[in-house]
Design a protein around this ligand. Structure first.
Ligand code: AMP
Length: 190
């Protein structure tokens, strides 16, 4: 049973690493950003509600996100473990996740924090925008997403340090992809 939270700024490599480890460990990779982008592409009500927030790099309201996670964690493939990527993103979401896990008698095994300098993140995100055409990977939105990360998401590190310091592991995300994977696996094993 492996339940992991991948934590870090946009462009840190959470999605890439989560895909890799999800395949290796045979547990689902649950990315709230991917779920929201699918909803936007399919034009669902959720997508319509989320789009304007995503386009400007703001956080989508907590009630929408918490609903997504509640449904997703209840699915059968998530009963044997999961990797959360992009959730929780603020203290309210982290508290709600703790409540949800406590209600089902589950816990989280590790919060893995990928650390990458802002200048490297900007370069990575701009090149992803050019390659994948993600509409939020433009300079103005990238800068806003980084600001949201520093102001709203990074206080979560203190939240986890206070609640359960042994959960948290920091991994240097500014090294070759394979090295990051190795470092993550070491942190998970310890
Ligand atoms: P990501 O792919 O994780 O970078 O997410 C892309 C966008 O989706 C973010 O900039 C937010 O607008 C939205 N989003 C994803 N996850 C969350 C979350 N946990 N809380 C609020 N908004 C989110």
């Amino acid at each position: 049973m492996t339940r992991l939270i991948f934590f870090g700024p946009p462009g840190a490599g959470k999605g890439t690493q989560a895909k890799q480890l999800s395949a290796e460990y045979g547990i689902p990779h649950i990315s709230t950003g991917d779920i929201l982008r699918d909803a936007v592409n399919q034009g669902t009500e959720l997508g319509q509600q989320a789009k304007s927030f995503m386009d400007r790099g703001a956080l989508v309201p907590d009630d929408l996100i918490i609903g997504i996670i509640k449904d997703r964690l209840a699915q059968s493939d998530a009963q044997q473990g999961w990797i959360l990527d992009g959730f929780p993103r603020n203290v309210a979401q982290a508290e709600k996740l703790n409540e949800m896990l406590a209600a089902t008698g589950q816990g989280c095994d590790r919060v893995l924090s990928l650390v990458v300098p802002d200048e490297v993140l900007k370069t990575r995100l701009l090149s992803r925008g050019a390659q994948e055409g993600r509409s939020d990977d433009n300079l103005a939105t990238i800068e806003h997403r980084l600001a949201v990360f520093h102001q709203t998401t990074s206080p979560l590190l203190d939240f986890y340090k206070t609640h359960n310091a042994s959960l948290l592991a920091e991994v240097d995300g500014h090294q070759p992809m394979d090295q990051v994977t190795i470092a993550l696996k070491q942190a998970i094993a310890h």
